[in-house]
Ligand binder design. Structure first.
Ligand SMILES: [Zn+2]
Length: 255
C-alpha cells in the first residue's frame, strides 16, 4: 500500500536513541493522537530536524503514515514553540514532565483528542510563563481536566452511589471515581477519608473552567492533592506516574 504523507502539530513526549544516529519519538499529535515516530539521522549534528524533535516542544511534523506499521517515518519537522523557561528552569521542567508523563502513560496509541491536545499545549505555555507560586494550581487544574477529557471525571460534589450532595465525613473511592457517603462506603474497604477543605479546593478548581486567577495552593494541600491524583492514576492505569510521585517523595521541587 502506498504511503500517505500527513502533517500535524505535535507535542514531543519522549525520545530514545535508535541505532547510530536516529531516534524513536513518542509525540501527542493534534490530528492523529499519540504517535510513535522514527526520525532518521536526527542525532547527526547537521540534522535540520534535531531542534524540532527535542522533548517537550510543540512542533509541526510531516510523516509517512503506513497501514502496515505503527512506527511512522518523519519526513520533516519544524519547531513551533520551544518553551524556553521549561527547558532552562528545573522546577518548571518537573511540572512539564508530569504533563508529558500523563499523556504518555494514559493515552492509547492513536487515541485522538483535539481538546486534550489544545489544553495540554495551553498548560505548557502556562508552565513556561506563570509565577512559580502558581505552578501547583496549574498542574492540579490540568490533572482534574485531563482525567475528565479521557473519560474519567472525578466526582467531588456528590456521592457517586446515592447522589447525596451534602454529607460528612467525606470518603473518596478510586474504584468509584469520586466521593462516597458514610452509608454507601460500606462495602468498599479501600476508601479513604477526604478532608473537606481539600475537597472544596479541588472542586473549586474543577468547576472554575475559565478561571486563571492566581490561586496559590499551600504545600500540604498540594502534597495531598498529588497523592490523591497519584493513587487514582495508579488504580486506573495499573502503574504509578513516576514524575508525579517525585513531588510526593520530595525528589522534585515544589516551587
Ligand atoms: Zn451515598
Amino acid at each position: 500500500m502506498k504511503d500517505r504523507i500527513k502533517k500535524t502539530q505535535a507535542i514531543t513526549l519522549k525520545s530514545i536513541d535508535f541505532r547510530e544516529t536516529s531516534k524513536i519519538i513518542t509525540a501527542f499529535s493534534e490530528g492523529f493522537g499519540k504517535l510513535q515516530l522514527i526520525a532518521k539521522g536526527v542525532r547527526n549534528p547537521k540534522s535540520r530536524m534535531s531542534a524540532a524533535l527535542q522533548t517537550f516542544v510543540n512542533t509541526e511534523i510531516v510523516f509517512y503514515k503506513k497501514e502496515t506499521t505503527e512506527l511512522y517515518l518523519v519526513k520533516e519537522a519544524a519547531l513551533i514553540d520551544f518553551f524556553n523557561n521549561i527547558h532552562h528552569d528545573l522546577t518548571r521542567f518537573h511540572y512539564a514532565s508530569v504533563i508529558a508523563d500523563f499523556l504518555y502513560s494514559l493515552l492509547a496509541q492513536e487515541q485522538i483528542s483535539k481538546t486534550l491536545f489544545q489544553y495540554a499545549l495551553f498548560i505548557l505555555h502556562k508552565i513556561d510563563q506563570v509565577q512559580k507560586e502558581e505552578l501547583p494550581f496549574i498542574l492540579s487544574k490540568f490533572l482534574l481536566k485531563g482525567v475528565a477529557l479521557i473519560g474519567f471525571k472525578i466526582e467531588l460534589n456528590k456521592c457517586t452511589v446515592c447522589g447525596k450532595e451534602k454529607f460528612s465525613p467525606l470518603y473518596f473511592s478510586h474504584e468509584r471515581g469520586g466521593l462516597l457517603c458514610e452509608e454507601c462506603k460500606m462495602d468498599d474497604t479501600a476508601v479513604k477519608i477526604l478532608r473537606k477543605p481539600l475537597c472544596r479546593l479541588l472542586s473549586g478548581i474543577q468547576e472554575n473552567e475559565g478561571g486563571w486567577n492566581s490561586t496559590e495552593i499551600n504545600k500540604e494541600d498540594f502534597m495531598n492533592a498529588s497523592l490523591l491524583f497519584s493513587n487514582w492514576i495508579h488504580y486506573h492505569n495499573h502503574r504509578p506516574l513516576k514524575t508525579l510521585d517525585n513531588f510526593i517523595k520530595g525528589k522534585a521541587f515544589h516551587y
